[in-house]
Design a binder for this molecule. Sequence first.
Ligand SMILES: [Fe+2]
Length: 181
Amino acid sequence: MSRKPGRQADSPADAETRYASPPCYAGDFPGHFGEEVPIAEILRIERLNALLEAERAGAKVLAILRDELDVRSPLRGLLERLQKDEGGNAVVLYKTIRRLGGVASHETGAFVHKTLAIDGLEARLRFLNKGQAWVVRKIDEVLPDIEDAEARTMLETMRSSHVDNIAACEAAIGEPPASEP
Ligand SMILES: [Fe+2]
């Protein structure tokens, strides 16, 4: 190894700097460096991410439906409240997934496009309620596998707000039309 003229031999401190390993960030990325992550944990985070994407989609589509309504429409206040609930749910799900050591999704569920492909506000809100009922079922499925007390409380709160919001939406739009004979 050549040395530049005039350069003094390395001091012990220089040698330590030269040979020191870079800091290891593996602990910040569980599962990304080949260490074992239990499959149950991966599936649990996946199911929470499915809820996160659904809530994000709910918030987005409700914002669109709300903004299409006249400010004097009695439905606008309801959609405003539902939109805030969905957006708040997405935020707490995102934070919970990260707190539990998972990687939170940045995707938005396909629900937005599916809802907007339907004609008419009433039919769209009926479809929205089907999506909300899907969320209730998914919360019921994941809850038995969640041991973290804070996450459980968050999911139970989200479940009951969905049940309330489904009922409020049904009350606002009335009974579904009788099906054709
Ligand atoms: Fe929702």
